[in-house]
Ligand binder design. Sequence first.
Ligand code: 48F
Length: 263
Amino acid sequence: MKEKIFGAADEKEITRAIVSEFARQFEEYVESDCIIVGAGPSGLMAGRMLAEQGVKTIIIERNNYLGGGFWIGGYLMNKLTIRRPGQEVLDELGVPYVEAGPNLFVADGPHACSKLIAATCDAGVKFANMTVFEDVVLREENRVAGVVINWTPVQALPRQITCVDPVALQTKVVIDATGHDASVAKKLGQRGLLKIAGYGGMWVERSEDLVVEHTGQAHPGLIVAGMAVSTLYGLPRMGPTFGAMLLSGKRAAKIGLQVLSRR
Ligand code: 48F
């Protein structure tokens, strides 16, 4: 008889392996140190830095793919622009880039994004993709203590069959890295706990500095990073340039460590 290339493992074993490994990890992350909502550049960067410091971190992402706006960059052209000193992060990640001017660099979206995702996974961050953030868990004095989540496809079901209750994950600190949506901050806004200003018109050179400077704890238990900062505080939007997203993620991680050390 001809020798087989692959070892024996049938359908039931494959299904069992998927279900048990999913359940094991899901149960482990029902309680964590940090939940990041949004797997764009700011969320990935924050997750990577936190996990490297031993913080138990999970990223919730409503899409199947990770990376947010970092895959495509500007205008469906697959090119990312980064202003100095953001290119230092590309150096850290081993992403090649070209110099477009003394302070401006260009990298390929797929190369930069895949390297950032890989570095985040290597650091130990776990992901719940196809999972949408629906609401916050609140505790004493309205401290954010977790997130309420559901499967993304549930949102696409017809209204009459959408009685699918969400579940909740508990954590010590949540980072809103949902981009312009600012989904987590807006939930607090709906309850009168935060004022959402809405992002302003484009002004790249102001926006990048301001987004990094304003990255921080906006409410007990909630740190805001990336373009969500711009939506929360009414800062100018910035278009297809990404240095501030990477540095905002780094700053969010630094502040996350401070918040965790005080708990
Ligand atoms: O938009 P996104 O890339 O956010 P970011 O890290 O970076 C912004 C830049 O890409 C670009 C820019 C500046 O350079 O203007 O837009 O701030 O990634 C946000 C991620 O959050 C997910 C969304 O699918 C995306 O991948 N997200 C948004 N709302 C939810 C969510 C939600 N309610 N639940 C789960 N994920």
